[in-house]
Write a protein that binds this ligand. Sequence first.
Ligand code: ATP
Ligand code: FE2
Length: 330
Amino acid sequence: MICLGIEGTAHTIGVGIVEDVDEKCKVLANVIKMYQPKEGGIHPREAANHHANFIANLVIDAIKKANIDKKEIDLIAFSKGPGLGPCLRTAATAARALSLTLDKPIVGVNHCVAHIEIGRGTTGCEDPVLLYVSGANTQTIAFAEGKYRVFGETLDIGIGNMLDKFGRIIGLEFPCGPKIEKLAEKGDKYIDLPYSIKGMDVAFSGLLTAAEKTVRDKKHRIEDICYSIQETAFAALAEITERAMAHTEKNEVLLGGGVTCNKRLREMVKTMAKERKARFYVPRNDLCVDNGAMIAWNGILMYKSGIKMNIKETTIDQRYRTDMVDVKWR
Ligand code: ATP
Ligand code: FE2
């Protein structure tokens, strides 16, 4: 079975084509275009316009890269939520149009669940705790009693947003995470910053404020501040992941979300996993960031488990929580 998936929850519009080969995910194509705000944060309507401009060509490009005929597509999937309304609507509209013209079934996918399933489908892990770290999202998620449940999450801002906000303060361009990573590699002096964990949850705004103050004080090198932000924030993430693993008694950890591209974060979570004698998995970079292939793969799992939607049911849901999904395919 071959599925074309469209992702459009926030600043990325993506089209992925995947094939189900013996229950494993074979990615045939995965193309994305990312909206870059000229200044400040993401403007939902501008991002949606961006997506509308690029979606048709992305579909054509993906079909070409997959080296298939469009008639070979068996299913259309799209990101139903959570995310920004105008972006979600643009992706869903494109998906409906494709489903109707190709006369193929369509399913709406939960974006967060798709991040887990692409990891399960491509890395060989079976029942992991997912540390999902992106711009807006910071969560530990695991499967329990028929659903993916959130065990820990940020109480204020997402880790990626925190890094992007800090980056903007020191004059970096969006997305700032990779640039902060580069600067941090040149830092070696740890500056004490607030480390906040409450139970299984984390919080980052105190860390951001303190880091901002450190910049204003001009007593430390920017490289050392970046290094210290990463060490502090990632240690907190590794700790809540370990707590979720201990609580759920799972011995696999999977990373997902754009911040997962960070090598230091990978190293810290990997070390934690090793100390617990647990297995560590991370999908390829293009499958960690927001992408269409993960939506397509989750679409296949849903469809094969008997989930069908008619066009009227293909609505979007800006607040589509992870634990609202009935995971019939497990
Ligand atoms: P979601 O809609 O799930 O919240 P998103 O729209 O934020 O996702 P992603 O592509 O998953 O999109 O993640 C983007 C975030 O990842 C940005 O905040 C960016 O700064 C951060 N990021 C990307 N690469 C790195 C890196 N190497 N180190 C740290 N952060 C990174
Ligand atoms: Fe995401």
